[in-house]
Write a new protein. Structure first.
Length: 69
């Protein structure tokens, strides 16, 4: 069996990296929306952060960066 040429392997890996980056961005947006919904439900970003064990700045930053507010 013949090995796949390195150029083809490189192209395949680049495609995979693009797909993963796209999926990661989509997951970050969904996560930020969930954090935003949690903030609305619990009344504050601080309450969400306290419940999930993150700093309030990390929660606020995720919401700001990955939602349209």
């Amino acid at each position: 069996m013949e090995a796949i040429p390195w150029r083809e392997r490189l192209r395949q890996e680049d495609e995979l990296l693009e797909q993963l980056a796209s999926q990661t961005e989509a997951a970050l947006r969904r996560r930020a929306e969930a954090l935003k919904d949690g903030s609305a439900e619990l009344g504050s970003i601080y309450a969400v952060a306290n419940e999930i064990g993150l700093s309030w700045t990390a929660v606020a930053r995720a919401i700001k960066k990955h939602t349209t507010q």
